[in-house]
Design a protein around this ligand. Structure first.
Ligand code: NAD
Length: 258
């Protein structure tokens, strides 16, 4: 099949949650396309083997840096956007950091709910707001791509906190797209199905974790690799998507068809 290449030279891309999983693949793909990549994560070590993402991008000849960031803290999110000014300012904001906590509604506790919402929802809210304000202040509108999920529209037992947070990301994406359209900022989301990552392990010291294992029930019968998902972020941020905004792009092996 045809290989697609993008040219992001002279563009600065922030990827939250860029140290592992989907974010790491997205960051590396932007780096390979010539972007200066700012990896914003609570940790720089990937959950799986390998060099930290920013080092891997540099080793491959690209430009990247790491800024320790907890996206649940809007002040830290503003700081990473400010840090990107050193490289000309953020052109593409990828709000991808997320955690998964599973529990039946009857057992779930408010503290865990708040943590899931703090990272998944407030993190995306803060990332969109900080990036959009900075783009408008500089007079250089760019593009925002969030990580939603099949869980944005598909309810699953035991997923109340996570599914609600991903539904919220869908609506944040849509409202932001409406509000920012007149300013030339496009806002979209990638909605992955099951992806082979270690989400649910090692994000925090919280003990109640679960692992999404739904790959076998996808129409394609398997999970995606992070690399299979990454290209959609580059497409949505690119000029090829210049008339696309407020869109959820499913990359899910057919899962959303159910
Ligand atoms: P992952 O755990 O491999 O990567 C998540 C990254 O986010 C990690 O590097 C982690 O350190 C970072 N992170 C966690 N909390 C953070 C915080 N407070 N501030 C900054 N960084 C933080 O998981 P993943 O599967 O790559 O998940 C990435 C995104 O994709 C998440 O939003 C997740 O909800 C979404 N998603 C994943 C799947 C899947 O099946 N893996 C499916 C749909 C959507």
């Amino acid at each position: 099949m045809a290989a697609v290449s993008y040219d992001y030279a002279d563009e600065t891309v922030i990827v939250t949650g860029g140290s592992s999983g989907i974010g790491r693949a997205v960051a590396r793909r932007f780096g390979a396309a010539g972007a200066t990549v700012v990896v914003a994560d609570v940790r720089d070590e990937p959950k799986r083997d390998g060099a930290p993402t920013h080092e891997a991008i540099r080793e491959a000849g690209g430009h990247a840096t790491f800024v320790e960031t907890d996206v649940s803290d809007p002040g830290e999110v503003r700081s990473v956007v400010e840090a990107a000014r050193e490289f000309g300012g953020v052109d593409v904001m990828v709000n991808n950091a997320g955690i998964y906590r599973g529990a039946p509604l009857l057992d779930a506790d408010a503290e865990t709910f708040d943590r899931v919402y703090g990272v998944n929802v407030r993190g995306v809210f803060a990332g969109m707001q900080a990036a959009a304000r900075d783009m408008l202040d500089r007079g250089e509108p760019g593009s925002i791509v969030n990580t939603a999920s099949i869980s944005s529209e598909l309810a699953q037992p035991g997923h109340a906190m996570y599914d609600a947070s991903k539904g919220a990301i869908m609506m944040l994406t849509r409202v932001a797209a409406l509000e920012l359209a007149e300013h030339g900022v496009r806002v979209n989301a990638v909605a992955p199905g099951p992806v082979d990552t270690d989400i649910g392990s090692g994000d925090t010291s919280e003990s109640e974790t679960d692992v999404i294992d739904v790959g076998k029930s996808a129409p394609m019968g398997r999970s995606a690799s992070p690399e299979e998902v990454a290209g959609s972020y580059l497409f949505l941020a690119s000029d090829d998507a210049s008339y696309v905004t407020g869109h959820l792009l499913y990359v899910d092996g057919g899962y959303a068809v159910y």
